[in-house]
Ligand binder design. Structure first.
Ligand code: SAM
Length: 289
């Protein structure tokens, strides 16, 4: 079994299996052992942990996870990678389960039940960037028992998760992440640490799940419907964005009354509201329904 995390062994495996990178799956494999050590450290993986890895690729980070965790579940969409993982790079480990599936179609709750008796798991991944947001939102919104999510994402996306109102990067993702977790950027990773080299820099961000959300709302779905609608039409005032939103059926007058009670301007935009203000708005609108 080759130890991955360096260019020589990565190229050897790719050639042995005549593997061609699939752009559509966001395949950029890590080739830097130092960065891999730092990710495992940042995630705080220890021998009692059950870890879910999304997109193991040829198994580079999976090898590190298998060395440190009790149990690893690795979900990979590309069936061409499965023989490499099963017969080669992960064949020495008996604490890994490889699942050939699209993470967005998988019942992760059932996996947590099966592999960790429903107790919180850690998610560690070098994510395919084209589906970063749906993966994170899917894990949170389906209430998967989670301790933390430590993921490599595009540097800009990591920044977007951390910011508050008044910045151009503030949006639905910032609010959703901060509702469910405390985000912390752990390290930045240059493009030279991947094969093939992406056009962007990356960052590892750790999302530590809150025990309880920082705000209380009567209906979580309504909160996120309102947030999404507010940012869908970013240039519109909040009132117009919500009144035009399909799917949530809000009366303009109801939004105006809520803003008046909250002491906010009728011309305010969604991007100026804090999570606390979105929660208060949800409370008023829920009360009027
Ligand atoms: N973990 C490896 C590493 O660090 O070298 C590979 C990371 S690569 C950025 C992303 C991986 O996710 C690829 O192996 C890709 O095939 C896989 N992937 C892409 N979309 C996926 C999906 N919907 N479900 C599961 N895996 C996916």
């Amino acid at each position: 079994m080759a130890t991955l995390g360096n260019p020589t062994n990565t190229i050897a495996i790719l050639q042995k299996y005549q593997f061609n990178f699939q752009k559509k799956y966001g395949q950029n494999f890590l080739i830097d052992a130092n960065i891999l050590e730092k990710i495992i450290d940042a995630a705080g993986v220890c021998e009692t942990d059950c870890v879910l890895e999304i997109g193991p690729g040829i198994g580079t980070m999976t090898q590190y996870l298998c060395e440190h965790a009790r149990e690893v579940v690795a979900v990979e969409i590309d069936r061409k990678l499965i023989p490499i993982l099963e017969q080669d790079t992960l064949s020495a480990y008996d604490n890994v389960t490889i699942i050939n599936e699209d993470i967005l179609k998988l019942d992760v709750n059932a996996i947590v039940q099966d592999k960790n008796n429903g107790k919180p798991i850690k998610v560690v991944a070098n994510l395919p960037y084209y589906i970063t947001t749906p993966i994170i939102m899917g894990l949170f919104e389906s209430h998967v028992p989670l301790d933390s999510i430590t993921i490599m994402v595009q540097k800009e996306v990591a920044e977007r998760m951390q910011v508050g109102p008044g910045t151009k990067d503030y949006g639905a993702l910032s609010l959703a992440v901060q509702y469910y977790a405390k985000p912390e950027v752990m390290l930045t990773v240059p493009a030279s640490c991947f094969m093939p080299r992406p056009n962007i820099d990356s960052a590892v961000i750790k999302l530590i799940r809150h025990d309880k959300p920082p705000v209380v709302v009567p209906d979580e779905k309504l909160l996120f419907d309102i947030i999404r609608a507010s940012f869908n039409q970013r240039r519109k005032t909040l009132v117009n964005a919500l009144a035009n939103a399909t799917g949530i059926r809000l009366e303009k007058e109801s939004v105006l009354r809520a803003l008046e009670k909250m002491g906010l301007s009728f011309t305010i935009r969604g991007e100026a509201l804090t999570l606390e203000e979105f929660a208060a708005l949800t409370q008023y609108i829920y009360g009027e329904r």
